[in-house]
Design a protein around this ligand. Structure first.
Ligand code: GLY
Length: 423
């Protein structure tokens, strides 16, 4: 029966993809999104509550008879939204504060990996700046420095030499912006990175299609790191054996380890993995859907996502494995000129109604009938195809229909797949 009310927490492209998937459910009658965005407002009622205002979100869910809440951002998980909602008797998809440490504490994640034999780079943890600097001086460069906590994307530095390591360690251990810090110092790994997201309900793990994000701002993986400039599914450089190893030895092992530690998972486990010359290893775990990976993965889900969310939220086994479309997807992010540095907002975007594809909004706002830019990453155009080549040609055709004087995008999304293909 189509009578369920769902609240989605967050307001970016990832949450737009979640809302879009929920809108395809035959059970979902009404979707609220807090805070949502201009694009989301065409499929859900947007509520002006911040994603970190846990108390206000709880009161909203209670007052509006919400059947299920789905959490997008890690900041809401880290603030205990799942614990608070469950204490109030509300159903919610996402990990508890304890379980979210798999993302929010790099040291906790490393300890879990070491204890349960999940392959990752060798590491040591430091609280003292001088000791950290001395250790780094004895390791090969590059070296990876990870701040042990949420640091709004600024917590990981790949230092190429001692000067860069020194500057980063000063930032992380001596600068109060980061708080009372710990730093994980890791050996640097090489190889293509990919994202393996799974729905995890205790020991039960349900894989989603693999995807790859493009973190650098410009073509050829050049320029500064961003929140992600595009993504695609179907990775030709990952063999069946690679997949099996990543699933069994990394994701399932971690899920079982978390349960054994008394903090079972009840949401998405995102493995940021790397295919190194020594095999697949973990770069990082996230405790949530990836962004922009979710925007290319969820359009492939054929099953009713409400059933998946509900079972995982309750820590139950699914009655059947989620079913996925065999098609592939590519998504290209349109970002404001200047992003990820400073940029201007308020430019009109036209042509969206001409696009034959999905447009997930990331940072837009409406001014009457006009659609305006309102963020660094503005929107993502996603298309499906029978293969990557078809999907790539199509997505760039569709992106070209969008006009705005202040947007740029990468022209080479999925380039690694084409290099791997031609080998
Ligand atoms: N795409 C990387 C992330 O979601 O953290």
């Amino acid at each position: 029966m189509k009578d369920k009310k769902v609240l989605v927490v967050g307001g970016g492209g990832r949450e737009h993809a979640i809302v879009d998937a929920l809108s395809r459910s035959p059970q979902v009658a009404k979707i609220f999104c807090a805070p949502g965005n201009a694009g989301i407002s065409s499929q859900a009622e947007c509520i002006a509550i911040k994603d970190t205002d846990i108390e206000a979100l709880k009161l909203f869910a209670l007052a509006n008879g919400i059947d299920l809440t789905v959490v997008g951002p890690e900041a809401s998980l880290a603030r205990g939204i799942v614990d608070t909602f469950r204490e109030a008797g509300l159903k919610i998809f996402g990990h508890t504060c304890d379980a979210s440490r798999i993302e929010t504490s790099k040291e906790f994640a490393k300890r879990i990996m070491l204890k349960y034999g999940v392959p990752t780079a060798a590491y040591r943890t430091f609280t003292d700046y001088s000791e950290a600097l001395e250790y780094v001086g004895g390791r090969p460069f590059p070296t990876v420095l990870k701040y042990d906590g949420l640091a709004a994307g600024k917590g990981v530095v790949v230092a190429l030499n001692m000067d860069e390591a020194d500057a980063a360690l000063k930032d992380m251990l001596l600068d109060s912006r980061f708080g009372e810090g710990k730093v994980v110092v890791e050996d640097y790994m090489t190889g293509p990175e990919f994202s393996f997201m799974c729905f995890v309900s205790g020991k039960n793990v349900y894989p989603m299609p693999l995807s790859q994000d493009h973190k650098r701002a410009f073509d050829g993986d050049n320029g500064p790191n961003t929140g992600g400039m595009g993504a695609y599914t179907s990775l030709p450089f990952i063999t069946e054996d690679d997949w099996k190893f990543a699933f069994e030895e990394i994701i399932c092992r971690t899920a079982a380890g978390m349960e054994a530690e008394g903090c079972p998972l009840s949401g998405v486990l995102y493995g940021g993995l790397m295919k190194t010359p020594q095999g697949i290893k973990v770069v990082e775990f996230n405790a949530r859907f990836g962004d922009p990976e979710t925007e290319v993965v969820l359009p492939l889900l054929k099953s009713d996502i409400y059933d998946v969310f509900l079972a995982v939220a309750a820590g139950c086994e699914l009655t059947e494995e989620p079913q996925w479309d065999d098609a592939v997807t590519i998504g290209v992010v349109l970002a404001s000129d200047g992003y990820p540095g400073s940029y201007e907002k308020g430019f009109e975007i036209t042509g969206c109604d001409q696009v034959d594809g999905i447009l997930y909004h990331m940072g837009t706002r409406k001014d009457g009938e006009k659609l305006l830019t309102a963020g660094g990453r503005v929107m993502m155009c996603v298309v499906k195809g029978n293969d990557l080549s078809e999907a790539r040609d199509k997505v760039y055709n569709e992106v070209a229909r969008i006009s705005c004087p202040n947007l740029f995008y990468r022209k080479d999304i999925a380039h690694i797949a084409f290099q791997a293909d031609s080998k």
